[in-house]
Design a protein around this ligand. Structure first.
Ligand SMILES: Cc1cc2nc3c(=O)[nH]c(=O)nc-3n(C[C@H](O)[C@H](O)[C@H](O)COP(=O)(O)OP(=O)(O)OC[C@H]3O[C@@H](n4cnc5c(N)ncnc54)[C@H](O)[C@@H]3O)c2cc1C
Length: 480
């Protein structure tokens, strides 16, 4: 079927589902009102056939795309998004919100055909200095927003490793979190208000308030909903004055447990370092090989920032509590310089090496057991070359482990990939953890979601049914 629509590439057999019945009519209507803001050109369809889901790189190399949309639109206003969604709803045509396409779980893959809605042209920014709030269109690029705020003396404090290719709407939809989250929180802690186009085309605005008690918080319904409950078109976010002081500290410890225990104590005394990262032995070797003192040890890097007096008090707490040898600022400077380097996945795929990362969370009481179980489970899969982790986000109650694995599959890369994911998800659940800390569910993790949510999955299904009974809004994503 694909040959009718695209001469060069095949659709992967894994997801092929056919074309929506009324797609031609929908495209005709949208062309009339959107003109050049809609495309059915092959180059655009192929460009929007995938996000940054690492296994799809292996398919692309073989000339396969995970799925193809029938059209791509670039609306410039909430009203244009409304028009697209209304038309799609009336004609039963799927729509897939698309931000920066940096999602790593296939969340934007147009698996049932239909229309990809790229939000990047909704990109206005309004600074409200009196209330310390920034209003941003859903398509505003993360790096642009932060640079703009910094030029005015503020920061959002949100630095995902994908800051350069991701958008405000994508952050909200995936419940993203950034490298400075221990102080500033995840995106859910930054959102004060939202504007959303609902699956039948109505626009709702949930205005920015410091807090409200007007029933359940509907903002939360859309944070982490991955485009299945509606399209976020605008957000109001908290901002902070640029920090007055920044202190960089690093330590090497003999064991992961020592480092984790130290950070737990620091947080429980009320200090909030903006950045804390603890690397296991393998990752310490991989990322900090130039520091002889770190060889065979566990590296921890920390950044404390904010008001000078507060930061000084935090430094004292860190120095009193950390069990390890101080290594100064240099490792932190190295981390700051390299923190956006992400070339591995695309470098390894052409060599036939399957590479991916899996982030999960754990309460402190299970943390070390979970780390060991998940790593062992991934290593036990035939073909795995290495599995390692660092702890990247911290709370008084627990921690996020960010695992990395690489392997050379004996047969089909997808089968190997699924086996490692399966092993990691199962070990996480058996160790009492949560299967995702910040990447979300998408199409890669969807089969494990019911197991984690148990009976609560029914709540999600019924909300989906109530909001989108025609299943036009990113159908299949999160299995909804
Ligand atoms: C190298 C790399 C590093 C990364 N580091 C981090 C990290 O540090 N922290 C982190 O949290 N994530 C990280 N990610 C994952 C990814 O960047 C985040 O999930 C990001 O929030 C996705 O934003 P995006 O704009 O690219 O969304 P997309 O990939 O375009 O979309 C992601 C999902 O959100 C939906 N969506 C997008 N925009 C909207 C909207 N306006 N309304 C409704 N639904 C929408 C899509 O349909 C899809 O389901 C990383 C990814 C890569 C490739």
């Amino acid at each position: 079927m694909l040959t009718e629509r695209c001469m060069v590439l095949r659709i992967s057999e894994r997801m092929k589902v056919g074309r929506p019945e009324n797609i031609e009519r929908a495209i005709e209507i949208l062309k009339e009102s959107l003109g050049k803001k809609i495309s059915t050109r092959e180059v655009d369809l192929v460009s929007y056939s995938h996000d940054y889901w690492p296994i799809t790189l292996h398919w692309l190399i073989k000339g396969e795309v995970p799925a193809l949309p029938d059209a791509v639109v670039w609306p410039e206003s909430t009203e244009e998004v409304q028009l697209v969604v209304r038309t799609a709803h009336e004609l039963n045509v799927p729509v897939y919100p698309y931000g920066g396409g940096s999602g790593v779980l296939g969340g934007t893959v147009p698996e049932r055909g239909g229309i990809v809605v790229d939000l990047k042209r909704i990109r206005d920014v309004v600074l409200n200095e009196k209330d310390l709030i920034v209003e941003a269109g859903a398509g505003v690029n993360g790096y642009y927003l932060e640079k703009y705020l910094e030029s005015k003396g503020y920061t959002l404090g949100h630095f995902p490793q994908s800051l350069y290719p991701s958008t405000v709407g994508g952050w909200i939809a995936t419940k993203a979190t950034g490298q400075f989250s221990t102080k500033y929180g995840g995106i859910e802690d930054m959102i004060l208000g939202l504007e959303v186009v609902l699956p039948w085309g109505d626009i709702v605005t949930l205005p920015p308030h410091p807090r409200t008690a007007t029933g359940p918080d509907l903002r939360k319904l859309f944070i982490g909903s991955e485009g299945v409950f509606g399209i976020v078109t605008r957000a109001w976010l908290k901002i902070w004055p640029m920090p007055e002081e920044r202190i960089m500290i690093s330590f090497v410890s003999d064991s992961l447990n020592d480092a984790l225990k130290s950070v737990k104590k620091i947080l429980r005394r009320g200090a909030k370092p903006a950045v804390v990262r603890i690397y296991d032995e393998i990752e310490t070797k991989r990322h900090f090989y130039m520091f002889d003192e770190a060889y065979g040890k566990i590296m921890t890097v920390m950044i404390l920032e904010g008001d000078k007096n507060v930061v000084e008090a935090e430094r004292k707490i860190v120095e009193e509590e950390f069990q390890g040898r101080p290594l100064g600022e240099e490792p932190v400077e190295h981390w700051l310089k390299t923190r956006f380097d992400v070339k591995e996945a695309s470098e390894f795929a052409p060599l036939g090496v399957v590479f991916d990362t899996i982030e999960v969370s754990s309460r402190w009481s299970n943390a070390v057991r979970l780390y060991e179980n998940v790593r062992k489970a991934m290593m036990n899969v035939n073909g795995t070359l290495f599995a390692s982790a660092h702890a990247s986000h911290f709370y008084p109650q627990g921690v996020c482990f960010y695992f990395t694995f690489a392997g050379v599959p004996r047969g089909d890369p997808f089968e190997y990939y699924e086996s490692v994911w399966d092993a990691a998800m199962r070990a996480t659940l058996e160790s009492g953890g949560s299967i995702s800390h910040h990447h979300g569910i998408g199409r890669q993790r969807r089969k494990w979601l019911p197991e984690e949510l148990d009976k609560a999955i029914e709540v999600l299904r019924r909300i989906k049914e109530a909001l989108d009974e025609r299943h036009v809004m990113n159908p299949g994503n999160m299995n909804l």
